[in-house]
Design a protein around this ligand. Sequence first.
Ligand SMILES: NC(=O)c1ccc[n+]([C@@H]2O[C@H](COP(=O)([O-])OP(=O)(O)OC[C@H]3O[C@@H](n4cnc5c(N)ncnc54)[C@H](O)[C@@H]3O)[C@@H](O)[C@H]2O)c1
Length: 259
Amino acid sequence: MSTRVAGKVAVVIGGASGIGWATAQLLASEGATVVIGDIDVDGGRSRAVELGRGAEAVCVDVVDEESVRTVFEETRARLGRVDIAVNCAGLNLPGFITELDADTWRRTVDICLTGGFFVIKHAARAMEAGGAIVSITSLNARQAAAGFAGYCSAKAGLAMLTEVAALELGERGIRVNAVSPGLVETPLVEGLTSVPVIQADFTENTPLGRNGSPRDVAEAVLYLASDASSWTTGEVLDVNGGAHLRRYPDVMKHLGALS
Ligand SMILES: NC(=O)c1ccc[n+]([C@@H]2O[C@H](COP(=O)([O-])OP(=O)(O)OC[C@H]3O[C@@H](n4cnc5c(N)ncnc54)[C@H](O)[C@@H]3O)[C@@H](O)[C@H]2O)c1
């Protein structure tokens, strides 16, 4: 067993599925004690059982500041420390700006941006001896996509929040970074990868010619969470097969053509 995060306590928010689950598995296999925080508490619990190695699961809704505060405070109280926090919670509720209602906009921004703020705030408060915080932004933080106004804006905001937090928390030995994935095969994007014309457009616009796996992203999170990146903070790392070098597919146009 390798031990890149041996002895560390890691909280993975959104750890019951997709990128968060792959991250929880990798951190645990590298020696961390993992706490999975997810709104899907049943999913989180069965993942924790699967992980073993002292893993735990707690219910957390990132839009509810009190539940985010509680997961970090209780983890510190129970396990004595919090060294690593990873925020993988996110969703995309699409809609063109002229049609998008305020509640839909707010829901996306609340989960993807305000939730990220709560996680960074309360993770940092719980990290008494320094630590590493990693958020998951998106290719859409830097590449605009028609119909994804809330998601693109929230993820761009999360990228800037990462930089501000790195500035504020550096003197406490807390590093704050983000990973920015392209299309990764998880339940979140099944509606895209299952449509051949959309999948083909993504592949054509990805120099390495394939979708990412959750493990591809988890490896980057592990790097930013471990001491291997001890002089890196305020970084938003593209992990997308080079897709940021081309253009984002017009997903809504493809979907419109099919309907
Ligand atoms: N899959 C992709 O192609 C892709 C690309 C770029 C960025 N991302 C981002 O990566 C992150 C993980 O996405 P994924 O693809 O693994 O999705 P996923 O749906 O597989 O996993 C998301 C997890 O977050 C949890 N979650 C959702 N809302 C929550 C809330 N309010 N509070 C707590 N937990 C909540 C879900 O229950 C789920 O376990 C998201 O932030 C997403 O925006 C994904």
